[in-house]
Design a protein around this ligand. Structure first.
Ligand code: BMA
Length: 312
């Protein structure tokens, strides 16, 4: 394969699929990006990360029959604004929602920012109408929490990225019996293992179960000429029974910011995913934010991504 034929993720030619203009005027939404996604009752449900002109953050459901044309509902999801902990630790921002189905419940793991830094938070729903707030699931200094869609023995398992003071920016794993209290943290993918991401790596989409292992589409970041950070997407495979073992890894990123809507926006040179939909024929719709400004989608397949991952 020559370099110029290397194109594991094909962008939708009508990207971006959602921008602030698609939301009701009265909310003045200017950014929609890094949204979570799941198929529910045959429909694609996106939990959009939205920001208004005052940079107030919302999670806002948009629905689609085909995974390409999305219609936002008429208002955002209600947030637990009466909870004192939410008010204290989510005062600046809520972001990067990931949706995981476990049994008949859909869990929304997301980041929340306050003057005390970032924390992971958890909400759940069965119908995408009413959400239950479960509170914070990390202390300050953690983000990119992504819940696996299966339990491993008695454990729920998530990926995350603690902000360690020594050498931050690696992907960790952590375990829980009740989804609220987490522990046994372990660094499982240090950025030093990802040659194109020397600044940091973090989980992206909810991992996909395949016969070879859990396919994990993650983000990797490099500082470019000391002037800015470039966010790309990569892929690795975790052992089926022991997700702490990263058994294979792609040497190259699978998506690099090159289009205008990825290079220019409120944060230049960013592609960032919080979710995918895997269809029955093993094609993947990979949803990603462009430049922290617009929502995009690209297409790939389970088999192509697996083929890119060399034994690690
Ligand atoms: C990360 C997250 C993402 C964002 C990225 C680039 O830390 O906050 O939501 O896309 O930075 O700004």
């Amino acid at each position: 394969m020559s370099f110029h034929n290397y194109n594991p993720v094909r962008r939708y030619d009508k990207n971006p699929i959602l921008t602030g203009k698609d939301f009701p005027d009265s909310y003045c939404i200017i950014h929609v990006f890094n949204s979570g996604i799941i198929k529910h009752d045959g429909k694609y449900l996106m939990v959009c990360r939205c920001e208004d002109a005052g940079l107030k953050a919302y999670f806002w459901i948009a629905e689609s029959e085909d995974g390409l044309r999305f219609t936002p509902r008429d208002k955002p999801i209600d947030m637990p604004v009466n909870d004192p902990m939410f008010r204290k630790y989510a005062e600046v921002n809520i972001y990067d929602p990931r949706i995981t189905k476990l049994g008949d419940t859909y869990y929304l793991m997301h980041a929340a920012h306050s003057r005390y830094d970032c924390r992971g938070a958890l909400q759940s729903t069965k119908d995408f109408r009413t959400f239950t707030w479960h509170g914070f699931i990390t202390d300050a200094g953690n983000r990119n929490c992504v819940l696996f869609p299966e339990k491993f023995g008695d454990d729920y398992v998530r990926l995350d990225r603690p902000l360690t003071t020594w050498d931050s920016g690696d992907m960790w794993i952590s375990y829980s019996k009740d989804l609220i209290h987490w522990g046994r943290g372990d660094c499982i993918l240090p950025k030093s293992r990802v040659p194109w991401a020397w600044s940091k790596v973090g989980a992206g989409a909810v991992p996909i179960k395949t016969e070879r292992g859990w396919l994990n589409i993650f983000h990797g970041v490099r500082s470019q000429a000391k002037s800015h950070l470039v966010y790309q997407l990569g892929v690795c495979v975790h052992d089926l029974k022991d997700p702490a073992r990263v058994i294979a890894l792609s040497r190259k990123p699978i998506l690099t910011p090159t289009m205008d809507y990825e290079l220019h926006g409120q944060t230049p040179s960013v592609v960032f995913t919080a979710g995918v939909v895997v269809e029955e024929d093993r094609t993947i719709k990979l949803y990603y934010g462009g430049a922290d400004t617009v929502q995009c989608v690209g297409f790939t397949t389970v088999d192509e991504l697996l083929a890119l991952c060399d034994e690690a």
